[in-house]
Structure formats: structure tokens, C-alpha cells
Design a protein around this ligand. Sequence first.
Ligand SMILES: [Zn+2]
Ligand SMILES: [Zn+2]
Length: 846
Amino acid sequence: MKYTKNNIEKKRTELSSAKVRRHAKISLFLFKYILIISIVLIVTVLGLGAGFVRGILKTTPQISKESVHSKGYITTIYDNKGTKIKTLSNHDSNRIYIPLSKIPQNLQNAFISIEDERFYTHNGIDLYGIIRATFLGIKTQSLSQGGSTLTQQLIKNNILGIQPEKTTIERIERKIKEQSLALELEKIASKQYILEEYLNAINLGEGTLGVQTASQKYFNKNVSDLTLSECAVLASITKNPTRYNPITHPENNASRRLLVLKKMLEHHYITKEEYRKAVSDDVYQRIKKNASNPSNENKPNTYFEDALILQVVNDLKSQLGYDATKAYNAIYSGGLKIYSTQDSQIQKIANEISNNPENYPAGTKVSLTYTLSVKDINGTDVTYTENNVLNYMKKHNLGNSLIFSSSKKAKAVSKKFRKSIQRTGATILNEFISTPIQPQISITIINQSTGEVEALVGGRGAKTSNLSLNRATRTTRQPGSTFKVLSTFLPALDYSKMTLATVYDDAPYHYLDSNRPVNNYYSGYRGFSTIRDAITDSMNIVAAKTMADVTPNISYKYLKDLGFSTIVANKITSNGKTYTDINQSLSLGGLTYGVTNLELTNAFAAIANGGTYHEPSLYTKVVDQNGNILLQSDSKSQRVMKRSTAFLLTDAMEDVITKGTGTSASLASGMTAAGKSGTTTNNYDYWFSGYTPYHTASVWMGYDRNTDFDSNDLHKKIWSKIMDKISTTKNEKKISFKKPSSIVTANVCKKSGKLAIDGVCDHDPRGNMIVTEYFEKGTVPTQTCDTHVAVEICKKSDSLANKHCPEKYRKQKVYIVRQKNSPGITADTPYLLPEKYRNQVCKAHK
Ligand SMILES: [Zn+2]
Ligand SMILES: [Zn+2]
């Protein structure tokens, strides 16, 4: 022994304590020795006499190799490039399984040296260790500490479970079970197998289980990359993960690490040089630094992750017959690999733009979400919500809306309310206040060619909890005019033999089943208008009239094919009232419940994808721990409209952006885009849904509680900012939408939708009404325009010219013919054929 300073001091301490306490120690030693011998004797006697041990062994579970395998593992979520974006675990599953071949020899040896130095030679029980521990145990008053082999520890962890042992009998009973099972396990499993399971099972503090997660937690690297010094840190933790936690108790861990290294040196696992190098490593500085790094572990799930987890749960239930518990267990402790469809680049773009306050109307407000649970004076549990707060406010003249100018004001009001409840003698059980920023937003971005959801924004402002209100996937809102295209013009073109040139008279009109008028967002009426005009300028009356011809039943069928799950066919409420969305107001998006952003976006994605619908998916596959595919998104697709229909709608929706209601959404990048705006009648909801040849996206802006406001087209600008940023970031090639071969062109008259007559339709007093329109083959009109009439008048008599009228008085004029009794004054009214030109012939010339 070298007489280093430490050794000398240690020796001195031992000697002096020996001298002083020799006497007392001997008697105590004898006493305890006798006590132990007695216990052993009693146990033996009991065992032999009353079958105590046999009894215990009877209740000892059967053991197999598989039964010692740890149960809980981390689930990992990847983005669509295979990059890890999130891990999911709970308190007993924060574990990543790693084979022994990837665990450094030094780490294996470190654990063996400090926990079970005769691991490779004992048969499950370390007899020498037990005897030694019995004597040491006498010294430290603890019988359970020493002599527990890695095999026993594994059994304790994974078979018997760690439970408090209340009595000595219980303790002995468990020890016997543990030892007998350890002997059994060693008969059926190799040392390698046991060591691998052990290193993957153990608790290493900070909520980590197994060496891989611990390595990532403390050193931010894989276990295979650990240095000797780092291996020693991990091996030091296991004796007592709280006391030897290297982050919170580095000094405790340090002294045990030194012991680990000494033992490793002693057993010739490492050289003196390696030992010296490891001892001098300032490993705790690194651990401290890693601990202070922000990690995503404790952050709440993102909106995308929330929606993804719900989809996986649903699919595990519906496709594999899991119940909810089994599905959640699989997700939080099944060690799954979930390959999501999230495009991290696109998600980041959407997050940044949707969280920039400059992209919202000035004067941000907040709303109040409130729950108060109390036990009232009679002992009854009562729950109050923000609606009770609102009633209280109205009663006490504190305002009549749950929208506040600041969070502080919202909280002050809810505090007044709470006090008023307390004054009734109620006891507060629980209070929840949340004041989300308003107006809110939701965004869905889908790759239309696959149906893969690339990004979701379920709201703006900090997300503080899992499964908080997801406005993109859970909230239903009225879709407004975005719905015209889907509910009305799509089936009109696809089923009802109409074309983009089909004309309706934009004139005063009311719904067929009521006296309720259909209003336009603009004043006045535009007269004869094509479906293309109606899409471009979002004309309500034309849409409602088209719906009348399409019929709501056909519309409903198409909407179901487009994946809308929230549309009501027939619902009878408790008061006997029947609700249905199968009526004419489907045309303008007046629905019982509304739609989710996700389903609306995905319906547009079907048009963007040439008429083929994909079920929206948030993952491509879910793989279990053994690499078996549990779920695979089969990208179920079906044609829900003709290619030609998709192209025609797309072409009209390009007009929306270039010259219609969506010019604020035009893309600075020059990328081709098509889309449709939507605003609900009370100015509660603002939508823009549209697509480039690559992505389909919808932006909704509004208050969580219906509140009218002016979006100032900012929702359209958010849409274009996002689409522009995506196309420039991804350097997407500027291409146009693909025109199918079933599309032909023809020159038609905009006022009749029929074949144009040269010299007539181009001589409308307002200008040339002949347009070249796209048609599906076979739908080109065959009749010629009968809305325009050309008449020859005689200026002299202001009547129809006759054959005698001289050339100098003759004048050709073009007029519009409108059915008699057509209601109202429209833009066409000044150009209608005057009655006199119908039947008065010139009398001045004969
Ligand atoms: Zn015409
Ligand atoms: Zn005349």
C-alpha cells in the first residue's frame, strides 16, 4: 500500500476508532451476531417445520426470460424527413432499449465493479457477498443493502416490483422470493442477457430509466459514446438515484464515482493511466451545462402532436381493436416509432407568421375562459363557467361581453365573481382561468398529392397544456363563402351538366323554402352572371340559384365524399326540433355546426389534386419496438370529381386571386395559386382556402366567442405570406396547374353562356361580352346567344327601321333580353331592349 495522504488518514481514523470503541464494538457485535443467528435459525426452523419457505415459493411468480424484460419505453415521433421531433413517455417508461453490443465495456464493468463484483462467477446469489453484508449490515443496521446481485436487482425491478416492506417477515419473504427467482433466471438466461436487461431496466434519476436515456439526459449523447469518467457517473447513481443524482448532488455522486473508478482499477478493468485521466475529468461541469439546456421534454405537445396522438389512438382502436387504455399505454410506454407527416420547415414558417402580432388587426384583445368548482353551503358540488361570469357582469353593470382589452381586466372581473360566490359561504375547490389572445387563428397545410398534413396551427399565443383547444382540428366554424365552390359549383359542373359559362340572373331573390332574402355582400344586383363570375366575385344569389338546380341532396352527397364529418343530415334535438344541413343554405355555408379547418382544407386539396381525394393523415406509419408495422397510412384515395371539374374550378379560383375577392392573397413569389375567400354574414369568421401546385392551405381568423370585427384582409395576407415563404424556402419550381386532355375551349357570350354571335355579343354597350371559356369535352353549348339582340332602328322616328328607312338614319343597336316579370333592377336594366323596339316600326319612312 502506498502511503498517500489519503491512505494515511484513512488508516489513522480506522486505528483510532478501533482503539476507542473496541470494547463496545465487541459486545455490540456479539449481540447482533446472536440476533442474526437467531433470525436465521427461526427462519430455518419455520421453513423446515411449517413449510414457510415452501409457502413463499408457492406464491413466487413463474419466471421466464421474457418476464424480466422491462415494460415501459419511450415513444418517438419523427417528422417527414425522419428527424426526431418529440418523445412521449410517462414516469415508468422513460426508457430507450439498447443492446449490450452498443453499451461500452467500461459502463458494463463500472456497474459490475460497484454493484456486483462477482457477477460473472455467482449463480444468481452472491453467497460471499451475503455473508460479508450480514456482518457489514450489522455495522450499518441495514440488512437489505448489501449482497444483492444484478440478477436480484433485475428481479426486484421487473418481477417483484419495488414495494415498501413493512415488517421483517415481509422483508425476509421477499428476499427469499428474490433469491430463488435469481437462481431460476440464471439457469435459463445467460449473463449477457441478464446484464443487458439490467442496464436497460435501472432507474438512473431525473426520470430516466436505463442507460441510454440517462446518457442522453446527463451527457446529451448516445450511451455508446460515453467516456470512462461518464460511465462511472452513471454507475454511481443506481444505489440511490436521489442521493447520487449528478445534477442536484454532484458532490455525493463524485465521491461514489471515485469509488467506482477505484474498484475498476482494483479489478484490472482499467489501467492506472485511464484511472488518472478519468479522475481528473471535470465531468460535473458538463452535466450542469446539459441540465441547463432547454429541452423539449417538459414542453406541452404542439397542436400537431396533439392531433397526431389522437389520430394514432383512434386508429389503434378502430384498426387493431385496442381499447382506450391499451392505446394510450402503447403511445406513452410502448416504445413506438411514429413517423409523422409534419414538415418541420413548413410548420416553422406557419408558426412564425401566425405568431407575429403585426399580422393581426390593431388593438389585440383577450377572451375569458373560466371554470370554478365549489362546494356550496349545502355541501353540493357546483361548477361555474365563464357564462356565469358574463351573467354576473351584466347584472352588476360590469360589461356585457367576455372580450376584454387586457388579461388583467379579465382576471379582475373573474376575481369579483369568485368573491361573490365565496360570500354565499361556498368553499372553493378549484379555479381555472385562461385569457387567450383574440382574434385567434387556425391554419392547416396539406400536401394535396398525398393527403399528408404538413403543418397545423391550432391557435396563437403560448400553448401551456396538452390537448388544449385545437382550432384547426377540433373547433367547427361556419365556412362562409369558401363553401360555395365545394357545395354548389363543384356538383353543378360535375353532376348537373352546368359549365363555368352557365348564367344566372343576379337579381332580388329569396330562399325557396322561406321568405328570407339572399343578400350579396355588395349593394345592387349585377344581372346575368356566369358561374365563373360567381366564383371570382363570390356572388351569393347566383350560388343560391345554382344550388336550387343542383339540389341540396346531390350537394350533400358530394360534401360527404369530400370528407366533411360535421354536416348534419338529420338531427332531432331533445326539444323535438329537427336540424338538417340538406337545404339551400348549404350553398353559402350556413351550417348547423360548421366545419373544421382540417376538413375544409382537405376538401380543397381534393380539387388541387385533380379530383382525387385522400383521407388527411398525420402519420405515414407507426412501428412497434420490434420493428413491426402497427399502423400504416394506406393513403386511401378515391376520385370524387372528374379531372375536368377540378381543373375548371381551379381555373376559376385562379381568377379569385388575380382579379376577384382574393387579390390580397396573391403571391409575390409568382407561384401559381388558386383559392376562395369566405366571410360569414356577421363578420365573425374570416377564411381563405387555396392552393399552389404543391400545397393546400386554409387560414381562419376570428374570435373564439363569436364577435364581429374587421380582419382588414389580414387573414388573406397571412395565407400569402405563408405560401410565399414555403415556395421560396423550398425553391419550388413555378409551374401551372395541369390541364387534362378532356378540356376544350369555346367562344361564348358572358351574358347568356351560349355560343357568341360575332357582331352582336361583342357590341354590348358595356363592351365585348365574348370570352374564351374552358369546357369539359361534350359540354360546349350548341345554341347561340339569345340574351343579346341586335336591332336596327331608325333615328328619325326612334323605332325599328323598315326597309324604306334611308341608310343615314339606320343604326344597329345591341340590347339585352330579360324574361318578363323578372324582379328588381339589375346592372342589365339600362340595357334591356325597350318595349318600343319590340313592336314599333318606323312610320316616318314609307
Ligand atoms: Zn350574347
Ligand atoms: Zn325610319
